[in-house]
Design a protein around this ligand. Structure first.
Ligand SMILES: Cc1cc2nc3c(=O)[nH]c(=O)nc-3n(C[C@H](O)[C@H](O)[C@H](O)COP(=O)(O)OP(=O)(O)OC[C@H]3O[C@@H](n4cnc5c(N)ncnc54)[C@H](O)[C@@H]3O)c2cc1C
Length: 581
């Protein structure tokens, strides 16, 4: 079946939904999502969304927010895009408030704000209260508010459609082909503009805070048609995942005053970041925890650390952190009101993604040449506001703000873009993939291959990396990709064939995991979320550059040609220098 709309958006998280609200006011827009829209991973976000409103830290300014974001990015963020994001942050959040988003409040009735790691006043002098929140359900309330706005503006939703391929010819996006998960069958959607808001790629790792749907589909689809993906080696490990399951315990728990302790009962962060302690940037806290574990100071000699919030008192926990109190009880069997929560680093956020500029137009090379009619925003994109490491609460902001920018840009562009013609082979790639998976009889199982990939990525391409580990992992990914050719699924039906869909997702995971590993191997330095034990220093001469990875003839080709935009504003702190906390 063929569907025609002015604009096709893939993804109904904050980025896709926010863009759709804007476009729905003036054009015919379709949003495709493989999960029901309000179940997108954005809804799981707990801690908050950053904006220098100054409701509590009254001296807060966008310049301080910019400084923190640039420094937090380990100077790999593009400073023009960062400036734009921090300047537009307050209006983006206030707009959500005006649409009815139920934020927590200060006593005077303003939006409440809390501390989050790496956010400071006066260029690092003291911690800032900048994260706007709604208890520990911030993503949930933002996503539902946007969904209501989408319904109001007549957005067409195609829920439970899994997009399999992007139709792209001569530098122009034409549409996508998707599988109808409920009834089976291929559907083609085409239009004047296509936008990706497909979220992150945490599911490449065994311990992750990410939803099952976060399999980096958008990245695989874009790289399969010959476009590059950017900075894939930068994966953020959040310090506080529940032990074994990886389920997130928000950084807000430390923002509210939670302590990290090793097996000696000591707040070990005083050895690593004596000023900011538990609220140092995530990459640093995750590494400190991993080092404590590696040196034998994990709790009970295991891969875990204690997060203690019991001193905050029951009332504050129930008021500010009700969700994590419940999660700790249900998934770790501990009561945080009276005992510490066992935690470990968990793959959380994907800094890498589809390269796009600050207008959210997808770019195709190191010179930032724009593709026509193709846009990306949110976690799947790499506009590079987070560089090598994202600060907490900056990604709900990114998704909302660049979703909004994408919407406005598409509204501006859409009537200049002619309706494209579908090429004769528009469905071939998707049909070929489905037929291969359904008919292949090799005996390899999806669950086995996925498990081996996630285990090995965690061990050999995780918080700490070395050349030997990465070489080994490169071979492992190649071996798994080879075994994938002999895959076999059991279910051959049409309706809710999760066997088929998981096989497709595994293909995506295997594709871009190669880019993560090769990027990590070639980047012989340590920066932000990427830490090489054999190259512990940052090397600005060689690597103050974005990585671009192209899939060519089955292999990844990588370059470091794309320069970082350094801007400087009016403070010397915007030039690369050592990070001390
Ligand atoms: C547990 C958790 C807590 C977090 N807490 C915070 C926080 O407090 N503050 C903060 O700033 N950030 C937080 N983050 C990060 C932040 O939530 C995300 O980066 C952001 O919400 C991503 O939004 P998005 O719109 O880009 O993608 P998502 O919300 O992940 O949505 C992706 C969409 O793409 C669709 N999709 C994907 N592939 C396909 C396909 N093949 N076909 C069709 N549809 C597809 C999905 O169905 C979904 O609708 C958190 C993340 C996690 C995992």
């Amino acid at each position: 079946m063929i569907h025609r709309h002015d604009v096709i958006i893939i993804g109904a998280g904050l980025a896709g939904s926010r863009a759709a609200v804007e476009i729905g006011k003036v054009a015919d827009v379709a949003v495709l999502s493989k999960v029901y829209p309000s179940r997108s991973h954005s809804g799981a976000a707990q801690g908050g969304v950053a904006a220098s409103l100054g409701n509590i830290s009254v001296t807060d300014r966008w310049e301080f927010h910019m400084f923190d974001t640039v420094k937090g990015s380990d100077y790999l963020g593009d400073q023009d895009a960062i400036e734009l994001m921090v300047r537009e942050a307050p209006e983006t959040v206030i707009e959500m408030e005006h649409w009815g988003c139920p934020f927590s409040r200060t006593e005077e009735g303003k939006i409440a704000q809390r501390k989050f790691g790496g956010h400071t006043l006066e260029f690092g002098r003291e911690a800032a209260l900048r994260a706007c929140y709604s208890a520990d359900f911030t993503g949930h309330v933002l996503l539902h508010t946007l969904h209501e706005q989408c319904l109001k503006h007549n957005v067409n939703f195609y829920s439970e459609f899994q997009v399999l391929s992007l139709i792209f010819r001569d530098g122009r996006a034409i549409g996508v082909v998707a599988w109808d998960m409920v009834h089976g069958g291929l559907h083609t959607f085409y239009g004047r503009a296509v936008m990706f808001g497909t979220g992150g790629y945490g599911r490449a790792f065994k311990i992750t805070s990410n939803a099952h749907a976060n399999t980096g589909d958008g990245l695989a689809l874009v790289s399969r048609i010959g476009l590059p993906i950017q900075d894939m080696e930068f994966v953020q490990f959040h310090p506080t995942g529940l032990y074994k399951s990886g389920i997130l315990v928000t950084e807000g728990a430390r923002g509210e005053g939670g302590h990290l302790k090793n097996s000696e009962g000591r707040r070990f962060m005083e050895d690593y970041a004596p000023t900011l302690m538990e609220l140092a940037p995530r990459d640093m806290v995750a590494r400190a925890m991993q080092q404590e574990i590696d040196e034998g100071r994990g709790i009970d000699g295991e891969d875990k650390i204690h997060l203690d919030v019991s001193h905050l008192g029951e009332q504050r926990l129930m008021e500010r952190l009700p969700q994590i109190t419940e999660l700790a009880m249900n998934f770790a069997g501990v009561d945080p009101r009276v005992e510490p929560i066992p935690i470990q680093p968990t793959a959380h956020y994907s800094m890498g993604g589809i390269p796009a500029n600050e207008n959210t137009r997808v770019t195709m090379d190191a010179n930032r040449t724009e593709a026509v009619g193709l846009y990306a925003a949110g976690e799947c994109s790499c506009i590079s506001v987070h560089g090598a490491n994202r600060l907490g609460t900056n990604s709900l902001l990114e998704a909302l703000l660049f979703g909004r920018r994408a919407g406005k840009q598409i509204v501006e562009d859409v009537h200049d873009l002619e309706f494209p013609n579908l090429p004769p082979d528009y469905e071939d790639a998707a049909r070929g993939e489905i037929e291969f998976i359904r008919n292949n009889r090799g005996g390899e199982k999806v669950g086995t291959l996925r498990g081996e990939l996630q285990d090995s990525m965690m061990i050999d391409c995780g918080v700490f990396r070395t050349k030997e580990q990465l070489q080994k992992q490169k071979e492992k990914v190649a071996e798994l990709a080879d075994r994938f050719r002999h895959i076999q699924i059991d279910d051959n039906g049409d309706q809710f064939n999760t066997d088929l869909l998981e096989a497709i997702e595994l293909g995506h995971l295997l594709d871009f995991s190669g880019a993560i590993v090769e990027g990590a191997l070639l980047r012989e330095e340590s920066r932000g979320g990427h830490y090489r034990k054999d190259f512990p220093k940052r090397d600005d001469d060689k690597f103050l550059r974005h990585t671009l990875a192209w899939k060519r003839n089955g292999d990844w080709e990588l370059t470091f040609e794309k320069e970082v935009v350094l801007k400087g504003v009016s403070h010397p702190g915007f030039e690369p220098k050592e990070r001390k906390y």
